[in-house]
Ligand binder design. Structure first.
Ligand code: ADE
Length: 224
């Protein structure tokens, strides 16, 4: 998979990909991820990427020209499955959408800032708009990092034990069951006996029951 992220604050996207699972996926060559600074695509003498809103009002608006130039230059090298604008009013990101996107080959993620992008970017340049939740972040960068993390970990070969992505919460419409590790008794707080039984089928049954119970209690809206 190849992911191009377009941003006017590239530094915000350095650390999420510099460690752990995402770094390993990049090092193994399973994912190629490039962060593109929007500034060099500005024809403005100060390399500005934003301007005042027509009609007045507080807040700057990201200009269409640098975004169009950046996307066009990327399209010269690849065909993109989706050009995604990260926006609080986009389609809500879910595990099911993460699964769909993890099957794509080439993605562009566009990060908004300030008051957002010139509406014509949304009308003419992007194919999809995604929100990671009903709250407003200062920009789309952290949202893009969240989206990348959740889709990259689903690509076969990224997690060393592939089944661990399959047993994630939401993957089967249920939240994950509780997990425990040593010691089995800490200050008298004991783990469920069944986990010490060595009986694989019973343990699986217990895990499934717990996942059902937890889903009912915590996330009754989920449909298994
Ligand atoms: N940009 C600002 N807030 C956002 C959100 N909640 N999701 C995606 N992009 C955003």
């Amino acid at each position: 998979m190849h992911i191009d992220i377009i941003t006017c604050l590239p530094k915000l996207l350095e650390s999420p990909f510099a460690d752990s699972i995402l770094k390993r996926a990049i090092d193994k060559g399973i994912v190629e991820l490039t962060v593109h600074d929007l500034r060099p695509f500005s024809t403005n003498k100060h390399h500005a990427t934003d301007d005042y809103a027509f009609g007045g009002g507080a807040g700057m608006v990201m200009m269409i020209e640098p975004i169009d130039r950046c996307i066009s230059s990327l399209k010269e090298h690849r065909q993109y499955d989706e050009i995604i604008y990260m926006s609080p009013d986009g389609e809500l990101f879910t595990q099911s959408l993460a699964n769909q996107l993890s099957l794509k080959k080439n993605l562009i993620l566009l990060c908004g800032h300030y008051k957002g992008v010139d509406e014509r970017v949304r009308e003419h340049l992007v194919t999809r708009e995604i929100s990671i939740g009903d709250y407003v972040l200062s920009g789309g960068e952290l949202a893009a990092a969240v989206l990348c993390d959740s889709i990259i970990r689903l690509i076969p070969g990224v997690l060393s034990d592939e089944t661990s992505a399959l047993t994630d919460s939401f993957q089967d419409g249920l939240v994950a069951p509780p997990v425990y590790t040593r010691p089995a008794d800490y200050k008298g707080w004991k783990i469920p006996e069944v986990l010490l039984s060595g009986h694989g089928a019973k343990i699986e049954e217990w895990r499934h029951d717990m996942a059902l119970e937890r889903t009912k209690q915590r996330r009754p809206g989920l449909t298994p």
